[in-house]
Design a protein. Structure first.
Lengths: 572, 234
């Protein structure tokens, strides 16, 4: 098969169009560079009437929004999921990892929870605090100016709280709590758990003249047709195109490898056009990988050459190592005081108006790292699954479960909006022996070797999950709740989600000052090839008990500034 | 005001901040799609559209089965003075689709319907659909209450739970069902907190210090500006 080559040479090729790739596209194109963005999935615009799902009613889907083809339901905007036809991945027997991929313009930023938390000073230096994992080669002060710029460019609501490891930013004002959230605030207060306004990237207030303001439909996971929430397409790539940036956007283009020259420097990428299944080569001075932590690791491992026999950037053997996802556990409850509610529109923003950042001292606990709490509930729009077991909650109030006829209608109304839940999202310790690697035998439908995962939890994470459930029970109990189910035991990892399921996987190309122990330097630049950068979650040394997106954005901006500077100085 | 008008108003008014609903950038082929969506569009990819079409072309239930499902629909959710029945809401059509979409429903439903007819033959010597409403209710009374049902009809209880779930979910995801439930959202609005009478009923009040941090909805259309310390100045 012949590789079709383009005669055009770009300044930069960016692989992937999510948070990291979108930010790099904006900053590098605004610097006047000629940019190619290579995205594995199709174009996507939540304002395109053919692609839009926002404000659709459940009956507009014949399956009423069920998750038959999209794991989060028909109206979720993520194309892809835990399994993608024709693109398998494997696991080392006895280990678990579930990998969520979303191949489309904007990637996973189209459906994410928009929880936008800065890492704090401790989060970059945790080894110095508890001796576990490693410190980052950079600290909060290096990233702070970029967090500030991201806040102002994209918009995040929140409140100034002066908490030591939860830095404040340039916030838009948060929305007022909903009724169930007031119950959470009251219940948490009784048991000494602090609650503050949520920090999410939705525009409660106008931030510029290009984007709309939130109109409180609660559907951010569907993508916002007036661009009032953050996604990489609507807030970074489209504005960069509109500003006249020299951007060639390649969609349905699956990158196989980064090509290199005799000196080991990158010369471009080879991708497979999914529509004609032919291979194409693109050339550039700089290659920026932003395909997601695991996909970028896969591309590096598949980029083998004489100069890079173990894969590009992998002279240390660290590519794919230190893979880690947030921990997660959840619990629900029925709140009798929320029965027979007055019904009004409380859709709010598409996420929590309140949350609890980590509030305890790990030195006094039997696990090393913290977690934050996310609370949910409310009178949501029905979709497939609504009305299942319509009056099972009668068991808590001494009434009969089951039946048929008019009584069912009364029961459905009686219990509407009376169930709530809490999720804990915590930090896992990054370990060398949690990793992804190339499966020696399996290829995807494009002939590209696939990833094999090896991931296990340790007692650091299990004990944390046990503590989460203790907290859930205290809070839900203080709210007068009837808690669902029993506390999960050791046999069930104390209720921990399987690795990967929180979709915060990072660490596969971690940064560091020692080229023997890390893949990139503090500017996300490969130690082994000066003109290759990684701007997704791969360079994270540790995950923190925060969602990674805001840090991916800040670091991508910082790296993009560095690329512009290094090109000017002719260092790359 | 219908939904389309609501959106229009929202976009023209201060809520929108100047966005046009159908505004979008040229796609990879250079086409700009500014026209409205095609009939029945709900954001499907080409692969998903093909799957929907294929499912719609398939047949699973026999006529007798769907007739039985319809009778069960209206026993589970009959019409009331203010709301239509499950059949009026189109629930049998939904169930006909969902059993093809989620194959895990097929054997339990087909087998359950057969179980029901067998029970009906045993008790009344005729198929369930041919029984009188009283006879049908007598059979449902046996299987509709899991905590008190007799062990010999346990399989019927399991079947009826599934059937009831599908009927309710099919009903409450229609216009008719949502109106009956009273859900008020899925429209453009401005959230400014829990209504005062609801707060009072629950014995709750907003903490003034908390509310002071929250958005002043009067200023939502004013472009945000901050001082150097990150304090919003407008």
């Amino acid at each position: 098969m012949q590789i079709k080559k383009s005669s055009k040479e770009y300044d930069v090729i960016i692989v992937g169009s999510g948070a990291g790739g979108g930010m790099a596209t904006k900053i590098l194109s605004e610097a006047g560079l000629k940019v190619a963005v290579v995205e594995a999935g199709p174009h996507f615009d939540p304002a395109d009437p053919e692609q839009r799902t926002q404000l659709k009613w459940p009956w507009e889907s014949p399956r009423r929004g069920a998750g038959s083809t999209r794991p989060f339901g028909d109206f979720d905007s993520a194309y892809g999921g835990w399994e993608i036809e024709g693109e398998p991945y494997t696991r080392v027997p006895g280990t678990r990892f579930n990998w969520f991929r979303s191949q489309m313009l904007g990637g996973r930023t189209n459906h994410w929870g928009r929880i936008s938390l800065r890492f704090g000073p401790n989060d970059f230096k945790h080894k110095s605090i508890d001796g576990l994992g490693d410190d980052w080669p950079i600290g909060y002060d290096d990233v702070k100016p970029y967090y500030d710029k991201v806040d102002k460019l994209i918009g995040v609501f929140g409140s100034k709280e002066n908490l030591p490891n939860e830095p404040d930013g340039f916030f838009l004002p948060p929305p007022k709590p909903r009724l169930h959230e007031l119950y959470f605030i009251e219940g948490s207060k009784k048991v000494g758990v602090p609650v503050i306004p949520g920090r999410l990237s939705m525009l409660t207030k106008k931030i510029n003249n290009d984007r709309g303001v939130c109109f409180y439909c609660g559907q951010c996971s569907r993508g916002c047709s007036v661009y009032a929430d953050f996604s990489a397409g609507t807030c970074l790539i489209f504005p960069a195109q509109k500003a006249g940036g020299q951007i060639d956007l390649f969609v349905n283009a699956m990158v196989r490898e980064v090509t290199t020259d005799d000196e080991g420097k990158a010369t471009g990428v080879v991708y497979i056009n999914k529509e004609d299944r032919q291979e194409y080569a693109l050339k550039a001075k700089v290659v920026v990988l932003a395909a997601s932590a695991c996909s970028s690791a896969r591309i590096l491992l598949n980029s083998k050459s004489k100069q890079h026999p173990a894969g590009l950037g992998n002279s240390s053997g660290m590519v794919g190592k230190y893979l880690h996802d947030s921990t997660g556990a959840s619990r629900g409850a029925f709140i009798p005081a929320l029965m027979n509610r007055d019904i009004y529109n409380e859709d709010g923003v598409g996420g929590m108006h309140i949350y609890t950042p980590w509030w305890l001292d790990n030195k006094k606990l039997d696990f090393p790292r913290g977690y934050h709490l996310e609370m949910w509930g409310g009178m949501g729009m029905p979709s497939y699954g609504f009305g299942f077991n319509p009056n099972d909650l009668n068991q808590y109030i001494g009434e009969k479960v089951g039946g048929y006829g008019d009584q069912l209608r009364k029961d459905v109304k009686k219990f509407y909006g009376s169930t709530v839940g809490i999720s804990g999202r915590g930090e896992c310790i990054a370990r060398e022996d949690n990793y992804c690697e190339l499966d020696p035998e399996v290829v995807d439908e494009y002939g590209i070797p696939v990833l094999r995962f090896n991931y296990t939890w340790s007692d650091h994470e299990r004990n944390q999950a046990k503590h989460m459930h203790d907290t859930f029970e205290e809070i839900l109990d203080a709210m007068g709740g009837k808690i669902f189910g029993e506390k999960p035991g050791r046999d069930a990892d104390f209720g921990l989600n399987a690795p990967g399921e929180i979709i915060h996987e990072v660490g596969t190309t971690r940064m560091g000052n020692d080229p023997k122990k890390s893949v990139t330097n503090a500017y996300e630049q490969l130690h082994d090839a000066k003109n290759v950068f990684i701007v997704d979650g791969g360079p994270f040394v540790s995950q923190a008990d925060k969602n990674p997106t805001w840090t991916i954005l800040a670091l991508s901006w910082r790296t993009s500034d560095y690329i512009v500077d290094q090109l000017k100085k002719r260092n790359i | 005001m219908d939904r389309r008008d609501t959106i229009k108003t929202m976009l023209i008014g201060s809520i929108s901040g100047g966005m046009i609903l159908s505004a979008c950038q040229p796609d990879a082929d250079g086409n700009t799609k500014t026209e409205g969506a095609s009939e029945g569009a709900y954001g499907r990819t080409d692969k998903e559209k093909a799957r929907d079409l294929q499912i719609k072309g398939e047949t699973f239930f026999t006529e007798h089965e769907i007739a039985t499902v319809s009778v069960l629909c209206d026993l589970i959710l009959p019409a009331t003075a203010t709301a239509g029945s499950a059949v009026q809401a189109g629930v049998p059509e939904f169930i006909t689709f969902i059993v093809k979409d989620m194959k895990s429903h097929q054997v339990p439903l087909r087998g359950g319907l057969m179980w029901l007819d067998h029970r009906s033959m045993t008790l009344f010597n005729q198929a369930f659909v041919d029984c009188t409403p009283d006879q049908q209710k007598q059979m449902l009374d046996e299987i509709a209450w899991p905590d008190t049902a007799a062990p010999e009809v346990a399989q019927g209880v399991t079947f009826f739970k599934r059937m009831r779930n599908l009927v309710l979910t099919g009903y409450y995801t229609t216009r008719m069902g949502i109106d009956d439930l009273g859900y008020k959202g899925n429209i453009a609005t401005v959230w400014d907190g829990v209504p005062a009478d609801v707060l009072a009923k629950h014995g709750l009040a907003y903490d003034p210090a908390w509310v002071a941090k929250c958005i002043d909805q009067e200023k939502r259309a004013v472009v945000a500006e901050w001082d150097a310390e990150g304090n919003l100045v407008n």
